[in-house]
Design a protein around this ligand. Structure first.
Ligand code: 5AD
Ligand code: FES
Length: 345
């Protein structure tokens, strides 16, 4: 059977089959077929709905030193900030008024935000907004900590695996970080009943086709409810400052493939896609994505949370982004909905 047909019909591919599929990536008819089928299955499960998540970047302190990331510990050229509990709650209140029903608390791995402090914040958000979902994205923690937060009311957790290949992982991260621990965290989060998001950068330094095939195999093993992928974009204060950015085209192709491998997945059209291409997010939606994640953080702090250069929307109020995105989603033939946007079991 032709490999693209196998993908469409069985929703599964081995590593060798992924590599075979990649060899079709520059055959326009094959790619047209994959994209059409991705959109078809996306419509089967989610219609034309696009879910929004209000992103709150609540701290840019980080104890890690990931080589690609602008807020890594050793970057002395950024001003560090932490939102107070009140500021976070204000972001949520503003978000709820704007129609958001999911709040994503994302931050560096900041030890000031202890297990208890985060649990408190989660409880307070849930009390004020019982109909909203809470997503945490604060890195690798113990299973006990994840459990405390789950009990406090957290619903989902984002932790991109970044690359499923051990050697490549070590090219992107210092020796203090291990792929095995990252994977362990992802499996524990799933066991605890979180809706879990994995993912990776497309075109990160040193990435090969083999690595990408391993990423797709890992996603099939883990079966995450969410998958975040976006192009790598260099940040001027990192060792990868002079590396090439990832390709928008390749990201779009992989989005379609992931939609077919995990048909019900929640797949964001990421800010990184929108940063490299003014129509990147629209193109993402047309390739199979069904989520957008505008920023609810205070505009004063936006610039300080630059994981990569030229990140979009750093000067725009949440209300403006909401309207802008709503128009963009419509122009792509979809509609933004006010809904928690849970995974459909
Ligand atoms: N380019 C693109 N994405 C990046 N991320 C971090 N740094 C960069 C970069 N330079 C992504 C990582 C991380 C997510 C929050 O942002 O994949 O998991
Ligand atoms: Fe922020 Fe368009 S989404 S201005």
């Amino acid at each position: 059977m032709d490999i693209s047909k196998k993908l469409v019909e069985t929703h599964s591919l081995s590593k060798e089959e992924c590599l075979e599929l990649f060899s079709l990536f520059d055959v326009p008819e094959s790619m047209e077929y994959i994209k059409e089928e991705a959109v078809k299955i996306r419509k089967k499960y989610y219609g034309t709905k696009v879910f929004t998540r209000g992103l709150i970047e609540f701290t840019n302190y980080c104890k890690n030193n990931c080589y690609y990331c602008g807020i890594r510990r050793d970057n002395r050229n950024i001003e560090r900030y932490r939102l107070t509990e009140k500021e976070i709650l204000d972001c949520c209140a503003n978000g709820e008024k704007l129609g958001f029903r999911t709040f994503v608390l994302q931050g560096g791995e900041d030890p000031w935000y202890t297990e208890e402090r985060i649990a408190d914040i989660v409880r307070k958000i849930k009390k004020a907004h019982p109909d909203c979902a809470i997503t945490l994205s604060v890195g690798e923690k113990s299973k006990e900590t994840y459990q405390t937060w789950k009990k406090a009311g957290a619903d989902r957790y984002l932790l991109r695996h970044e690359t499923a290949n051990e050697e490549h992982y070590h090219m992107l991260h210092p020796d203090s970080m291990h792929l095995s621990n990252r994977k362990k965290c992802l499996y524990e989060l799933k066991e605890l009943g979180y809706q879990v998001g994995a993912g990776f950068m497309v075109g990160s330094p040193g990435q090969t086709w083999e690595h990408l095939a391993e990423d797709l195999v890992f996603l099939q093993e883990l079966q995450p409810q969410m998958v975040g992928i976006g192009p790598f974009i260099p940040h001027h204060d990192t060792r990868f400052a002079n590396e090439k950015a990832g390709s928008v085209e390749l990201t779009l192709k992989l989005l379609s493939v992931i939609r077919l491998l995990l048909p019900k997945a929640l797949l964001p059209a990421t800010t990184a896609l929108g940063t490299l291409d003014p129509l990147g997010r629209e193109k993402g939606l047309c390739a199979g994505a069904n989520v957008v994640m505008p920023n609810l953080s205070p505009v004063e702090n936006r610039k300080q949370y630059e994981l990569y250069d030229n990140k979009i929307c750093t000067g725009d109020e949440a209300a403006k982004c909401k309207n802008c995105l709503s128009a963009r989603v419509r122009s792509a033939g979809y509609e933004l909905v006010e809904d928690r946007g849970d995974y459909i079991g």
